[in-house]
Design a protein around this ligand. Structure first.
Ligand SMILES: *Cc1c(COP(=O)(O)O)cnc(C)c1O
Length: 434
């Protein structure tokens, strides 16, 4: 084993060589050095603002729903590691991938039947887009190659996903003329419980009808728009999309990468609407936050449509497709989730968030406080001072990662009531000081 690097050495090498998400090079902010993580706590290599341990309010960006260092997931990984950590998927198959794909078909809405496994959420969206475009090409309608989405969305950072991210929050201006040009509807009116807005419904229907000849698919995040602004909308709009897509021969893609696996209170957010998409992406919590893996599911109609084409195959095949280690942990994570009363835990956390975040509504500079499932959001009326907000949360012993005008949390489902209350105090402190 090489000699351990001190926290100071780590920080200095990190700054010199290592790119961080959405960061400059060399780095300007000082990242905290994490030594290990267990349960809902991250253990730092050295104290920060008096804290050596931080309760994770982020689930490592929606993924670590069971917390860290979970004995069941550790065991699944160790067990698979003893057999093989990877083997190519071209011409070969194995139990972990087959089990996982079958399980995904069982637990996702009918009639999704076929599964393409890939390495990350963004890639799963690329695959979804490729499926849709190829479906129409195979059907002899190659002009149908544009996508429609609504503003305020986020679908990942590779090329096609970027083209359907919110044009203002994303990097559209920097890349205008380079990114594929897609169609944008207005942002869905806010509020999970809000009555559907008739004018907005008309707007959606008209856009789809008008551009149907060129549209391959509509792609949206159902019910919760995550990294595009942490906004919630009525499931009624998803039914409107479904109807309009059926009427005008357009495919419907749900990006459930953030919302999947219980986060919104249903196993998949599509269930709030009672309809199902033609193509669906899952990722993030798929492996319980252990390893990187995502999946694109589609219906038999889509798969058979592609198979009838001039090029009857889906020309995509990542090197690490179906990775056995990730697949084994993913199956274990799904079993762990479904083997408990996860709905009760998500409800319990939601109740704690509602109580604990209520005081934030009284703070100056706070525009809105909202909770859905196990997601809590405090929206400010100004851009958050990320350094000040993070510091305020760390002082409370909590890890948060605010962005834009948002201080938000989606705790692991195993977070106890006291830790949920602590996260809420930290969100309030971050909203006050950020
Ligand atoms: C995170 C996210 C993605 C991208 O997933 P990566 O694994 O980061 O590539 C896509 N869509 C949604 C809704 C996401 O939240």
């Amino acid at each position: 084993m090489p000699e351990a690097l001190s926290p100071a050495e780590l920080r200095s090498l990190d700054r010199a060589h290592v790119w961080h998400p959405y960061g400059p090079m060399p780095g300007r902010q000082e990242p905290l050095v994490v030594e290990s993580a267990s349960g809902v706590r991250l253990r730092l290599a050295e104290p920060a603002h008096g804290q050596l341990e931080l309760v994770d309010g982020m689930s490592s960006w929606w993924s670590a729903v069971h917390g860290y260092n979970h004995p069941v997931l550790n065991e699944a990984a160790r067990d698979q590691l003893g057999r093989m950590s990877h083997v190519m998927f071209g011409g070969l198959t194995h139990e972990p991938a087959v089990r996982l794909a079958t399980r995904l078909v069982e637990i996702t809405p009918e009639p999704l039947r076929h599964v393409f496994l890939s390495d990350s959420g963004s890639v799963s969206v690329e695959v979804a887009v490729k499926m849709c475009l190829q479906y129409w090409r195979s059907a002899g309608r190659p002009a149908k190659q544009r996508l429609l989405t609504w503003r305020g969305g986020y679908h990942g950072d590779t090329w096609q996903p970027m083209s359907v991210c919110d044009p203002e929050g994303g990097m559209h201006e920097l890349w205008s003329g380079v990114l594929p040009r897609q169609l944008f509807a207005d942002e869905p009116p806010a509020g999970f419980d809000a009555e559907p807005d008739a004018a907005y419904v008309r707007h959606l229907r008209e856009l789809i009808a008008e551009h149907a000849d060129r549209l391959a698919a509509v792609i949206v995040e159902p019910v919760v728009q995550g990294a595009g602004g942490m906004r919630f909308h009525s499931p009624a709009y998803l039914r409107v999309l479904r109807e309009a897509c059926d009427e005008h021969d357009v495919l419907l893609v749900f990006d459930e990468i953030a919302t999947g696996f219980g986060r919104t209170g249903k196993l998949f957010a599509a269930e709030h609407s009672g309809i199902s998409p033609d193509v669906m992406c899952v990722g993030k919590a798929l492996t319980g936050g252990y390893l990187t893996m995502a999946a694109t599911l589609c219906t038999s109609r889509v798969a058979e449509g592609i198979s009838r084409g001039e090029v009857p195959v889906l020309a995509h095949g990542p090197t690490f497709m179906g990775n056995p280690l990730a697949a084994a942990v993913a199956s274990a994570s799904i079993d762990l989730l479904l083997g408990q009363d996860w709905e009760r835990e998500v409800r319990r956390i939601g109740t704690g968030l509602r109580e604990g975040l209520a005081p934030a509504a009284e703070l100056p500079g706070v525009r809105d406080v909202r909770v859905l499932g196990a997601i809590g959001v405090v929206q400010l009326d100004h851009e958050v001072d990320m350094a000040a907000a993070t510091r305020a949360a760390v002082r409370e012993g909590v890890w948060l990662r605010p962005f834009r005008d948002l201080v938000y949390t989606m705790p692991p489902y195993v977070t106890g009531d006291e830790d949920v209350a602590r996260i809420c105090r930290a969100v309030c402190a971050a909203a006050r000081e950020g």
